[in-house]
Design a protein around this ligand. Structure first.
Ligand SMILES: Nc1ncnc2c1ncn2[C@@H]1O[C@H](COP(=O)(O)OP(=O)(O)OP(=O)(O)O)[C@@H](O)[C@H]1O
Ligand SMILES: [Mg+2]
Length: 377
């Protein structure tokens, strides 16, 4: 049975009815039949259909090509044109909207079915390819940061040792009342902060998951929660119900601790100003469904323990969500975040054969889900 939610844009009632009937007969869901281009654009932006079947000559202000261009500007959905016109000029006008098919009226039902089916298939394949490309770019970026870090870290540490060492000497020699003492103190603190950043980069560039052994995730979570609870800002509540069964994962315990803590700290940070609820959920090993379309099946452990960390904070705008796992990407004030948290979390989860998913919408909070391979499978 075919699947797909289709928007039909057609201003001739009889043709529209026939197309709807044919598409429904093939098992597609026709979301609406709309006669005017401008109304079709508004509907598509609201409902996000899987495919649009677009007549070119329409009664309203916008013709089919203009409506298609307006839809494609915001949404990545396949559009098939249907028209009685095959003249050069019409075809040229259609081209820039990258159509997924062109049906010349009157068309056979079989032709309609094949065109729709191939368009949906092509769109799904393209989405998958784009997701893979993006993952590859991310991996390359991480590798570049790692190479750079390990290349300069050694020299950098020597320089920092001098800065830290001499500022310590200065601190000892300058009496506390002397303004120099405060200056040495500042230099010393900055040096120490730089050293921890170098350490972070080195950890990041080292091949992870060296000490894998069965780790009880419930224990890891409870320890991380103890740390978080100790520094919880007012107005933030923690909601954690222990899992219904054992949650052993094959992992490096220290790295799992890092994953849990980083995700929890991000959630708490997001609610620092407005308060809210941090919900931590750990689900014991379960067989997962086949990876969702577009996701990378290889990154999806078949039997996984899932750790979910959700907050009711302000959420992320799409452009922030897209870059959240990039190394050094942060929206926090300088000195408050390095932007390495999620890059490290993603690196660790992946190196364990797991998968990290981030879901977030402005005003609706954020949910991070880490699926980690079970140790007992
Ligand atoms: N739970 C969340 N809610 C809202 N925004 C988030 C959340 N988690 C991450 N972000 C966004 O993603 C960005 C990157 O997060 P990441 O953890 O990598 O770095 P950071 O928290 O800014 O700094 P660091 O973790 O190094 O202290 C954050 O600056 C923030 O904009
Ligand atoms: Mg962080």
């Amino acid at each position: 049975m075919s699947e797909g939610r289709i928007l039909v844009v057609e201003d001739e009632a009889i043709i529209a009815r026939e197309i709807r009937h044919a598409l429904e007969g093939f098992g597609y869901e026709v979301l609406a039949v709309i006669p005017r281009g401008e109304d079709a654009v508004a509907f598509a932006l609201r409902e996000h259909p899987d495919l649009v079947l677009m007549d070119i000559m329409l009664a309203g202000v916008m013709d089919g090509t203009a409506a298609a261009a307006a839809i494609r500007e915001h949404l990545d959905i396949p559009i098939i044109f249907s028209t009685a016109y095959t003249d050069r000029e019409t075809v040229e006008r259609v081209k820039p909207t990258s159509p997924y098919g062109y049906l010349v009226k009157p068309f056979e039902h079989t032709h309609l079915r094949i065109t729709v089916e191939t368009a949906l298939y092509r769109a799904a394949m393209e989405r998958k390819l784009r997701a893979q490309e993006q993952r590859l770019r991310q991996a390359e970026k991480m590798q570049a940061v790692g190479t750079l870090a390990s290349g300069v870290a050694h020299d950098f540490n020597n320089i920092l040792s001098a800065i830290i060492g001499y500022s310590e000497m200065g601190l000892r020699r300058a009496p506390e009342a002397d303004p120099l003492h405060r200056m040495f103190d500042r230099i010393h603190r900055a040096g120490v902060r730089a050293r921890s950043l170098v350490r972070l980069l080195l950890d990041f560039s080292r091949p992870a998951a060296a000490d894998c052994e069965p780790v009880d995730m419930a224990g890891v979570i409870e320890e991380a929660l103890d740390v978080v609870r100790a520094t919880l800002p007012p107005g933030v509540a923690v909601d954690y119900a222990p899992p219904s069964g054992p949650c052993p994962v094959r992992a490096d315990a220290t790295q799992m601790h890092q994953v849990a803590l980083n995700l929890m700290v991000n959630a708490v940070d997001a609610m620092r100003a407005g308060g809210g609820r941090l919900a931590v959920r750990l689900a014991p090993c379960a067989a997962r469904e086949q990876a969702a379309e577009g996701a990378d099946a290889a990154q999806e452990p078949r039997h996984a323990v899932t750790l979910e960390i959700a907050d009711t904070g302000p959420g992320m705008a799409p452009e922030v969500l897209r870059r959240a796992c990039d190394p050094f990407f942060t929206t926090k004030a300088s000195g408050q975040g390095t932007g390495m948290g999620l890059a490290i979390v993603q690196g660790i989860v992946r190196s364990h054969g797991g998968r990290l998913t981030l879901e977030s919408e402005p005003g609706k909070g954020t949910r991070a889900t880490a699926a980690l391979p079970c140790a007992d499978r």
